[in-house]
Design a protein around this ligand. Structure first.
Ligand code: GCU
Length: 427
């Protein structure tokens, strides 16, 4: 009985948290700026054995790895050592957008297991030379990103929803184009960019099943049944999947593999940040409304907290992260260090004014508190105060805006990402 009640309460919590606009006050959740506790952030520019990091060389050759390992050990987990083969096959390609672009379906097979695969959908403007490209996961299947009837419906587990309706955790035709507003193919192609997307559940279904599904089991050593304490959870697995997509994009002659921007919304924004931190081949990293475990500083305990995220989504992070539930001040890291790991590559963080669950101010402050590391590369500093709503600020390597409105990724957000990308290209 008690298990049932817990499951029921858990479900209600989950539904509340997944609703588009989580602004209502919930017991135990602070959304009042005056109640943010005092805290001191861990020092990014100090070596673990003391001494200050004073040069870009010292950051890159030693401190960066210390910070990376601390984030992996305590938050996202490490990728297991075992090597797993990954094979790519372009299954089909066709013209879209009245001949302005070519779309390709690429099958990615993991670990030589034909049942363990993902479909990457790559759409590139038809041009003579390779194009810069955005790469991001989608939430419900590639077919939801466009009305294009040729995009196959995923066979993977999907979270059931009422709109568009899904049943038995399987996607269906009703979902085609349902999230097209989040994927502005036409605008991006017109601006000269490719857009590659992949369903995150193809890599690892977003359901806690003790890591028996998705790519996790491919990495187990004999006798192992789940990741070790400091090995990856689902976010780590999704981030690894993005790197495999980058492997493919680097091999595709229509894409400029040196200019691939990784982008994600919400939990997939947490993922894009970890992918950008883990894989230095990513050109730009973009986090849209990523919140707790993403861009937001954990020590602010504003909106979603470490305890809440670990309770509701026990499979996202490594097993050590829950040790810091309610003990954020004892975490050896905070999320400004994640931003720092991306330097000297470019990073853009976006918030939404009504998305208090994701702590817009905390999302800005992690970018701002990475000032020291970015300064080593000559990047101007960001002010302590975030810019006004809908007024993006760009330092050079870093960009931020808070869009008026709710938790979502909109055309306005994408327009800023395109402008930011163009600024980076024009340098
Ligand atoms: C929930 C969760 C957030 C997450 C979001 C999403 O709201 O609490 O951490 O970012 O879902 O991914 O949609």
């Amino acid at each position: 009985m008690s298990i049932r009640i817990h499951t029921f309460v858990g479900l209600i919590l989950l539904v509340c948290m997944m609703s588009d606009q989580v602004t209502a006050q919930r017991p135990g959740i602070n959304q009042d700026e005056t109640k943010v506790p005092d805290f001191t952030l861990p020092e990014v520019l100090e070596f673990s054995d003391g001494g200050l990091v004073e040069t870009a060389e010292a950051w890159q050759s030693k401190r960066r790895m210390e910070v990376f390992n601390a984030m992996a050990d305590n938050v996202y987990g490490h990728v297991p050592k075992r090597k797993v083969s990954v094979d790519f096959k372009v299954v089909s390609s066709w013209e879209v957008l009245d001949g302005a672009a070519v779309r390709k379906l690429v099958k990615i097979v993991f670990g030589n297991d034909p049942t363990n695969f993902a479909n990457l959908l790559v759409t590139v403007p038809k041009t003579e030379s390779p194009v810069p490209c955005f790469l991001g996961y989608n939430f419900q299947g590639n077919h939801t990103t466009t009305n294009d009837p040729r995009v196959p419906i995923t066979d993977s587990w999907v979270r059931d929803r009422e709109s568009p309706p899904t049943k038995g955790n399987r996607a269906n035709e009703a979902g085609r184009g349902a999230s097209a507003s989040r994927w502005p193919y036409k605008e991006l192609v017109k601006a000269g960019y490719g857009l590659a997307t992949i369903y995150y559940g193809d890599v690892d279904p977003d359901i806690h099943d003790e890591f028996k599904n998705g790519i996790h089991p491919l990495f187990y050593e004999a006798g192992q049944t789940k990741p070790r304490e400091t090995e990856w959870g689902s976010i780590g697995a999704w981030a690894w999947g993005l790197s495999r997509c980058l492997d493919y994009l680097e091999s595709d002659a229509s894409v400029d593999g040196k200019h691939v921007a990784v982008v994600g919304h919400s939990r997939l924004g947490k993922t894009s940040l970890w992918a950008g931190a883990s894989d230095e081949r990513f050109w730009i990293t973009i986090s849209n409304n990523s919140g707790c475990g993403g861009a937001a500083l954990s020590r602010r305990k504003f909106g979603e907290t470490v305890a809440v995220i670990n309770r509701v989504f026990p499979h996202w992070f490594c097993d050590r992260f829950p040790e810091f539930n309610g003990r954020e001040n004892e975490l050896p890291v905070d999320q400004h260090m994640l931003m720092a790991l991306i330097a000297p590559r470019a990073v853009y963080v976006a918030s939404a004014t009504k998305d208090l669950w994701a702590d817009p101010r905390g999302e800005y402050l992690s970018l701002q508190n990475a000032n020291g590391v970015f300064a080593l590369y000559g990047d101007p500093t960001l002010d302590v105060d975030p810019p006004a709503a809908d007024s993006p600020v760009i330092t050079g390597l870093r960009g931020y805006h808070s869009r008026t409105g709710k938790h979502d990724i909109t055309l306005f957000d994408w327009q800023q990402y395109v402008k930011f990308a163009k600024r980076q290209l024009d340098k």
